[in-house]
Design a protein around this ligand. Structure first.
Ligand SMILES: Nc1ncnc2c1ncn2[C@@H]1O[C@H](COP(=O)(O)OP(=O)(O)OP(=O)(O)O)[C@@H](O)[C@H]1O
Length: 307
């Protein structure tokens, strides 16, 4: 369990993290979202013991960094932003170095390295200098060092940043396949990542925690949640759709033939819309219920915050 109470971090006059409080339990995969400069990396650095807080309390499985820094660090795997590594080392040399720092020796060291190399599929680049590797492989080396000691807590700062779609998919699959009792915290700018791997979302902006709930609860804040969108194959009069019982508002895009109907609070409008479209023989190509748009809610939540 990670328990954070009233956490602050200032750099000179600037307060990067303001009064954060939250708890994270084993099994939680948390997507940590926020605009540039929101304070995500700073918070992660405090959670890993890399930066001391200016104020506040961090407890990791009931322990504090003041009393038990080494014990806590054994439980945490951390991938810092940009996946820094020693570029003139090969992945094998780097992972050997990390394994030694983590206190592994002999056969145990070799088997830890072997396991993580196979887990993140580094075999083909093991003996090439890290500086010469592609971005995707560099990121995998970073992940390997974070996973090597099979930590209970994984803190990954933008693990898929700059990766191509295939590599993003691989990293997400890897995260999904981790033991189900771990705590995983991932900072990201990619909203689809949250839906793909996380069961919880925390949004911060200007150092303040603005949202802390499930991805589904975030979707429900979207004005598009439960809306019905239709595409017409040729222009048609959709005005009667906007007057149906339960429809609060209608948006029409005449160029694309798209019509979106927003329900009144609590109303379900799908069956009324389909029945009307059939009755009036509207030229409907496609019709679907919107799940909510994360990018729209993200903008709404993060733009409202005051300094
Ligand atoms: N060591 C430091 N000294 C001074 N200011 C800092 C320091 N580290 C971070 N900051 C400032 O604190 C704020 C939060 O930075 P942080 O890196 O935590 O944001 P972030 O949410 O991770 O952003 P991004 O998404 O761009 O990585 C920024 O304004 C940043 O310039």
């Amino acid at each position: 369990m990670i328990s954070v109470k009233n956490l602050f971090k200032s750099f000179g006059d600037y307060t990067a993290v303001q009064d954060l409080s939250f708890e994270i339990s084993p099994g939680d995969v948390v997507g940590f979202l926020g605009p540039n400069g929101a304070g995500k990396s700073t918070t992660m650095k405090m959670l890993t013991g890399f930066l001391p807080p200016s104020q506040g309390d961090i407890r990791i499985f009931e322990q504090t960094f003041e009393k038990s820094a080494i014990e806590i660090k054994k439980k945490i795997g951390y991938l810092p932003e940009g996946a820094p590594a020693y570029g003139d080392m090969t992945p094998l040399q780097f992972l050997t170095f990390i394994a030694q720092v983590r206190g592994f020796k002999g056969k145990e060291k070799d088997s830890k390295i072997e396991a993580v190399v196979s887990q993140v599929e580094l075999q083909e680049v093991l003996d090439k200098p890290i500086d010469n590797l592609s971005k995707g492989f560099k990121r995998r080396v970073g992940l390997a060092q974070a996973l090597l000691h099979d930590p209970q807590i994984l803190i990954l700062d933008e693990p898929t940043d700059g990766l191509d779609p295939n590599q993003k998919h691989q990293v997400r699959e890897l995260i999904k396949n981790l033991a189900k009792d771990k705590i995983v915290i991932i900072s990201t700018h990619i909203l689809e990542e949250v839906a793909a791997v996380c069961n919880r979302v925390m949004i911060i902006a200007k150092g303040k925690l603005l949202f802390n709930d499930t991805p589904d609860a975030l979707n429900k804040l979207s004005k598009f949640y439960g809306a019905v969108t239709l595409h017409f194959s040729y222009p048609a009069d959709a005005s009667e759709l906007g007057e149906l019982e339960g429809v609060a508002e209608m948006e029409e895009d005449f160029k694309t033939g798209r019509v979106t109907l927003f329900p009144k609070p609590g109303a379900e409008i799908l069956h009324l819309v389909t029945a009307h479209a059939q009755r009036c023989k509207l030229p409907v190509d496609s019709l679907f219920v919107e799940q909510g748009r994360l990018d729209e809610v993200f903008r709404q939540i993060t733009q409202e915050v005051e300094v």
